[in-house]
Ligand binder design. Structure first.
Ligand code: FMN
Length: 341
């Protein structure tokens, strides 16, 4: 059916299509039995798919990557499409509007997207107030990022505010220090800046009764030396894992990197062209950490086979975003069926 709906959706500007989809999901809540029908169509349960990772029990290893449910409004609606978990956000301490539009571009021939959203979101407070009255039916990762208005020097305090407010409402945290669309954010991947952020958050966690795993989301554009430093820091700092990877700033991964792509301008590339690099990063981290670091693999998973390749490379869990846009609502089920074969 998505074969017929996709051309319609793709005839609308990508960001409008996204807003329309979110509104449609909200509208469906008011149609009796719609959730049941969606689950019947799109979920797939099998004991062999269950996973226990960083102390949490996942009903399956496939999650929605950050950026789709930016505000933490539709995680339960997404659970109807078979996801084992949803990463909400990136959320910042205060609401922010992001970069000027247009800021999302489809590259249909390559099953890819370029975006420079710039972490537009309604802020942590909005997500918390929604979650208070809408108990999640699946595992929720809270992806937090530095507010754009905050300098890198003050970043640790900014992350701390989001972390503290969100602590009681999510199952695990992801620290986004790798979005290429916020000026200077990727510089927080340097060890001094990272240590300051991680030390603050782990200290707060120590004083809480409940333990929340903390993961770091890295860029695919890091060198092996930079990855080595990060892996070492994670292993000694007591945080729980790594999300690999965010979008890439390079255009070299595209088959056709011509004038049309240049005209789009800055932004992070996701989808099919990113897969090879993300897989390489996942494999590298797994090997370098001797399998000790739980990895959530994300980047270019556009087929069920690619999800399996990520798991075979050492990932414990896999997330999708662009693949879901191109394949539609049955994508997670097709991956889960393939994995349980
Ligand atoms: C439109 C769009 C918005 C995104 N927003 C975020 C975000 O707010 N925070 C984040 O950590 N990653 C964000 N991402 C990156 C994704 O979570 C993911 O890491 C990346 O797209 C690679 O996965 P994919 O190839 O399956 O899309 C965004 C991606 C897209 C396409």
């Amino acid at each position: 059916m998505y074969r017929f709906i996709r051309p319609l959706l793709f005839s609308i500007l990508p960001e409008r299509a996204h807003i329309l989809t979110v509104n449609l999901l909200v509208f469906l809540r008011y149609i009796p039995f719609s959730g049941m029908v969606l689950r019947w169509l799109y979920s797939y349960n099998n004991k062999s798919l269950e996973r226990e990772v960083f102390g949490l029990k996942f009903r399956n290893p496939i999650g929605m990557a950050a950026g789709f449910d930016k505000n933490g409004d539709i995680y339960n609606d997404l659970s109807n499409f078979g996801f084992g978990f949803v990463e909400i956000g990136s959320l910042t301490h205060v609401e922010q509007i992001g970069n000027p539009r247009p800021r999302v571009f489809r590259i249909i021939e390559e099953n890819a997207i370029i975006n420079r959203m710039g972490i537009n979101n309604k802020g942590v407070k909005h997500a918390v107030s929604y979650m208070k009255s809408n108990k999640p039916r699946l595992i929720i990762g809270g992806n937090i990022s530095k507010s754009t208005s905050c300098s890198n020097e003050m970043a640790a305090l900014d992350y701390e505010k989001s972390f503290t407010q969100l602590y009681d409402f999510v199952d695990f945290f992801v620290l986004n220090v790798s979005c290429p669309n916020v000026k200077g954010l990727v510089k927080l991947q340097n060890i001094t800046a990272l240590s300051e952020i991680i030390d603050r958050l782990t200290a707060i966690r120590r004083f809480n009764d409940e333990y929340r795993p903390i993961l770091l989301k890295v860029s695919p554009d890091l060198t092996n030396d930079q990855l080595d430093e990060i892996i070492e820091l994670i292993l000694i700092s007591g945080i729980d894992g790594i999300v690999a990877t965010n979008t890439t700033s390079t255009r070299e991964l595209l088959k056709d990197n011509g004038a049309a792509i240049e005209a789009i301008g800055d932004g992070g590339l996701s989808g099919e062209p990113l897969f090879k690099r993300s897989l390489e990063v996942v494999r590298y981290i797994h090997k370098k950490s001797a399998g000790m670091l739980p990895i959530i693999a994300v980047g270019g998973v556009t087929t069920p086979e690619r999800a399996k390749e990520m798991l075979d490379a050492g990932a414990s869990l896999v997330e999708v975003y662009t693949g879901f846009i191109y394949n539609g609502p049955g994508f997670v089920k097709s991956i889960l069926k393939y994995l349980s074969k």
